[in-house]
Design a binder for this molecule. Structure first.
Ligand SMILES: *[C@@H]1O[C@H](CO)[C@@H](O)[C@H](O)[C@H]1NC(C)=O
Ligand SMILES: *[C@@H]1O[C@H](CO)[C@@H](O)[C@H](O)[C@H]1NC(C)=O
Ligand SMILES: *[C@@H]1O[C@H](CO)[C@@H](O)[C@H](O)[C@H]1NC(C)=O
Ligand SMILES: *[C@@H]1O[C@H](CO)[C@@H](O)[C@H](O)[C@H]1NC(C)=O
Ligand SMILES: *[C@@H]1O[C@H](CO)[C@@H](O)[C@H](O)[C@H]1NC(C)=O
Ligand SMILES: *[C@@H]1O[C@H](CO)[C@@H](O)[C@H](O)[C@H]1NC(C)=O
Ligand SMILES: *[C@@H]1O[C@H](CO)[C@@H](O)[C@H](O)[C@H]1NC(C)=O
Ligand SMILES: *[C@@H]1O[C@H](CO)[C@@H](O)[C@H](O)[C@H]1NC(C)=O
Ligand SMILES: *[C@@H]1O[C@H](CO)[C@@H](O)[C@H](O)[C@H]1NC(C)=O
Ligand SMILES: *[C@@H]1O[C@H](CO)[C@@H](O)[C@H](O)[C@H]1NC(C)=O
Ligand SMILES: *[C@@H]1O[C@H](CO)[C@@H](O)[C@H](O)[C@H]1NC(C)=O
Ligand SMILES: *[C@@H]1O[C@H](CO)[C@@H](O)[C@H](O)[C@H]1NC(C)=O
Length: 790
């Protein structure tokens, strides 16, 4: 089939580079049978318990364990009282126990990524895990590394971390360790190629079923970009993985044997279970054979009546011989082993009673008796403190002219924009649009997290205005504010006192939610007019952006815009996080986990969408060819040597840093080019992939006059044989240094870090030539250079 490519120019260049032949897409190679788990890598004891449990089960009960059912949680596995199994409670989402009351709303994945802070991200995971456990949820549906953010327009990018697979890999690993340290199962979503919301599910046009978008990804890109962070999550021992709505090479995510049996369970040695995204299962036995272990949410009879392909069908299929008992047993073992490994069979709290009232299913639909407990408050003071700290740590200072920041003690402060205000339309943005209850994209009110299933229900949010007023009051300043953008657009600044503020802080926001993609990268609600008008009045205008990112900034060179801050999605302590940065209590140490282009049109848009597609009656019309290969975000801009507004990894501090003394140490040269095929495969893949083969060290000094934090970064340029991007991030560390102090940093490099994926031999392969090493403070500020040969 001939398809029209939307990005012809770029497509031609990169397609040639990556040898993509489009007519070869449309099939995904069959990989059968589904690998059986072994418990290898630390789950051996738990597997024995799961086996003993399995031995007691009837076929009907096995079908029950692998099929969701109506219950108090977003996803439920029914209890088996005879065996003291109270069932499983699965809850959204990646930044909060979503619909709960008396729970915290944490910083989003986007803010976590912008912090580049392993320690805070692990702590966030542990606290999120503690809140889920406190409310009786066995499985937290997060974190997210799919979408990876192939396109800056992706509606769910903020739920995950960064378009850089290495950065996302490190942070997903820390998150899994954190969540599971609290005794809660992590579920990594959405596997794989889930890079746009538009047509993520099948639709109907004039009675014809139009299939979901197909993400067509070549093998090299799959390994080097999209699968990479999932490998980290598997290595960290994630209990579960959620397969995605989209198709991959024409085959649905939850019945793609190449991605599930082949890549995930065989190559990465994944020992846990694959659950479907909600209603993403499109077949029974076929999906099971392809590697799907659990169907969610199971059969439902309301909203969208949808019987399960699993449930009774699994029993029938086993009884009539079309499905082997061995495969069903493996599904059950994969589900029950992490349950025993995390000791969820011992003293696990009952399901919080909030769920029965605010959950996904009406109680009249329940088929089982779930044990409910009282409503508990799982919030903790240290959770709120962490949210405040991470919110500030994930804030990136992009411009700071004329010493605008940190603020000293301005007596007359202006605060403008609808994002500065407290919420005005409720505290729960479940809906993607502004047209229904649980509004998304509301006008007046700060945007502290995005919408959809990845949102949280705020018990409170500290608005920027509230926090700034409190600061001002503490030293007698006046705060003049207007938070109605319509009023501002119509000239509302004229209402200010004749003495213009010494500093005008403009708060802008960009909405994003599950269910739709972004249609613009410019902040909403007439942001450009509002910044321009404020800057006309105020020659010291500080612009703060909240919400989805990246955002392009048409006013960024306006000399009266003295400071620009990308504040992302900080969570419930939003106002305190930004005030800590504005007044300099916290040095801005956030760095961009993506690229900000000069213009929106500079991004290769990479979203597949058009009126012609929306109205097409071709069932196979929606095809996303990942023709750019590994060249997304900074790798794409670097490949074109294109200028950008603010590059990946960039961010300013209130102090200055120097980096020097790059040293390369190779641990035993003459390593074999590929890992020993006889070495064991453990969760994460062949264990030799994770061995450290080299270490790069640098010295970092705080050369300014105040204490601060920065993020030294290490990038590698591989020799030509690797057919790799110009530079790839392969090391980073957040370091806090007092003024005048220096420290040495080590960047360990594993075999995987140093290798490229050889599609012919199907092996991670060390290049024979020298690898260039670059170190510095952003993807385009790399003063140190060395070389490394393994
Ligand atoms: C692309 O693949 C198809 C099917 O395998 C083949 O017929 C065609 O010759 C290939 N085209 C190129 C340019 O290699
Ligand atoms: C998708 O097709 C490409 C091109 O033939 C191939 O390299 C890749 O391995 C396939 N991936 C999957 C998951 O089917
Ligand atoms: C089996 O699957 C079909 C298709 O979803 C469904 O209509 C039917 O109700 C299922 N049967 C049972 C017993 O669950
Ligand atoms: C066995 O049961 C499954 C599930 O109900 C059904 O799809 C399949 O057609 C049956 N096969 C035979 C041979 O009866
Ligand atoms: C639920 O509990 C009621 C009352 O104890 C009992 O009659 C019923 O059989 C139970 N249902 C299930 C599915 O266990
Ligand atoms: C849960 O809430 C319902 C409705 O308010 C109430 O009837 C029930 O007794 C509560 N159960 C527990 C265990 O608190
Ligand atoms: C945006 O600006 C237009 C006029 O330029 C105005 O009609 C509209 O009400 C403004 N909307 C908001 C939310 O500011
Ligand atoms: C805002 O200002 C910039 C530069 O000063 C200008 O290019 C742009 O047209 C202005 N936009 C609006 C909407 O006034
Ligand atoms: C900058 O601010 C001054 C007032 O201090 C104003 O006169 C000037 O027009 C402003 N410039 C821009 C580009 O808005
Ligand atoms: C900025 O504006 C203030 C008054 O609002 C004025 O005193 C100051 O000179 C201006 N600075 C510049 C550089 O124009
Ligand atoms: C997708 O295309 C349709 C039809 O042209 C349009 O209405 C919609 O806004 C587009 N979506 C995005 C996210 O651009
Ligand atoms: C769908 O059906 C309507 C009415 O039958 C017709 O006018 C329209 O052209 C059809 N659309 C497509 C895309 O075939």
């Amino acid at each position: 089939m001939v398809r029209t490519l939307s990005l012809v120019g770029l497509a031609a260049t990169v397609a040639a580079q990556f040898n993509i032949n489009h007519t070869q897409y449309g099939t995904s190679p069959p990989v059968y049978p589904s690998p059986q788990m072994s418990g290898a890598g630390g789950w051996e004891g738990a597997l024995e318990k799961a086996q003993a449990f399995l031995a007691e089960l009837t076929t009907e009960e096995k079908a029950q364990i692998v099929t969701g059912t109506a219950g108090p949680c977003v996803g439920n596995i029914g209890p088996i009282e005879r065996l003291s199994f109270s069932g499983l409670c699965l809850q959204d989402g990646p930044l909060a126990i979503r619909q709960a009351i008396y729970a915290s709303v944490f910083s989003a994945g986007l803010s976590s990524a912008a912090s580049w802070d392993r320690r805070l991200v692990r702590q966030r995971g542990a606290y999120i895990g503690a809140e889920f456990r406190g409310k009786g949820a066995h499985v937290a549906l997060g974190p997210v590394v799919g979408p990876l953010s192939r396109s800056p327009f992706g509606g769910r990018n903020w739920e995950g971390f960064s378009p850089d697979s290495y950065l996302s890999g490190v942070l997903v690993e820390e998150s899994v360790y954190g969540i599971q340290s609290a005794g809660v199962q992590a579920c990594i979503k959405h596997y794989i190629g889930n890079e746009q919301e538009t047509q993520r599910n099948p639709s109907t046009v004039n009675g014809t079923t139009i299939e979901a978008i197909s993400s067509n990804v070549d093998d090299k890109t799959m390994h080097e970009t999209y699968l990479w962070p999932f490998a980290n999550a598997v290595r960290a021992g994630t209990a579960s993985i959620m397969c995605s709505y989209n198709r991959i090479n024409g085959s649905y995510g939850c019945q793609n044997s190449k991605t599930l049996n082949g890549l995930l369970k065989d190559e990465l040695g994944f020992q846990g279970y694959v659950m479907s995204d909600w209603l993403a299962t499109h077949s029974g036995v076929a999906s099971i054979e392809a590697g799907l272990d659990m169907d969610m949410p199971g059969g439902i009879t309301f909203v969208i009546p949808n019987p399960s392909f699993f449930g009774g069908n699994v029993t029938t299929a086993v009884n009539n011989g079309s499905l082997s008992t061995q495969r069903v047993d493996d599904m059950v073992l994969r589900i029950m082993t992490p349950y025993f490994h995390l000791k969820q069979d011992v003293d696990f709290p009952p399901i919080d009673n909030f769920s029965s009232r605010l959950g996904f299913f009406p109680a009249s639909e329940y088929l089982y008796n779930f044990t409910l407990g009282p409503i508990v408050d799982v919030r903790q003071e240290q959770h709120a403190q962490l949210i405040r700290d991470l919110g500030a740590a994930g804030t990136v200072l992009l411009k700071n002219a004329n010493g605008a920041l940190p603020l000293k003690t301005p007596k007359n402060i202006g605060v403008f924009g609808n994002d500065a205000a407290d919420l005005t339309q409720g505290q729960y943005s479940l809906s993607s649009t502004g047209t229904t209850l649980f509004q998304g994209d509301y006008n007046i009110g700060t945007l502290a997290v995005g919408g959809g299933s990845g949102t949280g229900r705020f018990t409170y949010v500290v608005s920027p205005l509230e926090a700034i007023k409190a600061r001002g009051r503490s030293y007698g300043a006046i705060v003049q504010y207007i938070t109605d953008n319509e009023y501002l657009t119509l000239g509302g600044l004229a209402a200010l006192a004749p003495a213009p503020p010494e500093v005008c802080i403009v708060f802008l926001k960009s909405w994003a939610s599950e269910g739709s993609d972004r249609s613009t990268l410019i902040a909403e609600w007439n942001s450009t007019v509002i910044v321009n008008q404020t800057a006309t009045l105020c020659n010291n205008t500080v612009v703060v952006l909240h919400g989805a990112a990246p955002n392009t900034m048409p006013w960024r060179d306006n000399p009266n815009v003295t400071a620009i801050i990308a504040a992302h999605m900080p969570g419930q302590e939003s106002g305190n996080s930004i005030a800590d940065i504005l007044w300099g209590d916290v040095d801005p140490s956030g760095r961009l986990p993506y690229t900000i282009a000069n213009e929106e049109t500079d991004y290769a848009k990479n979203l597949v969408n058009s009126t012609a597609l929306v109205t097409s009656t071709d069932p196979d019309a929606w095809q996303a060819d990942f023709v750019e290969g590994n060249l997304i975000d900074y790798k794409e801009f670097d490949a074109r040597n294109a200028s950008v507004a603010f590059e990946f990894g960039f961010g300013l501090s209130y102090t200055t840093f120097n980096i020097s003394n790059l040293q390369v140490q190779v641990n035993g040269s003459n390593a074999s080019r590929t890992p020993n095929p006889a070495a064991p495969v453990r969760p994460g893949g062949n264990i030799e992939l994770w061995a450290t083969l080299a270490t790069v060290s640098v010295t970092v000094s705080n050369t300014g006059s105040v204490s601060g934090a920065t993020v030294p970064q290490l990038y590698l340029s591989y020799p030509e044989e690797a057919n790799a991007p110009h530079r790839s991030l392969r090391g980073f560390e957040k370091v806090v240094l007092s003024a005048g102090i220096s420290g040495t940093l080590n960047f360990p490099l594993t075999r995987r870090d140093l290798s490229y994926w050889d599609t012919r031999t199907q092996q991670w392969t060390l290049p024979t030539g020298a690898i260039e090493v670059h170190a510095g403070f952003s993807s385009r500020n790399l003063p140190l250079r060395g070389s490394l040969t393994v």
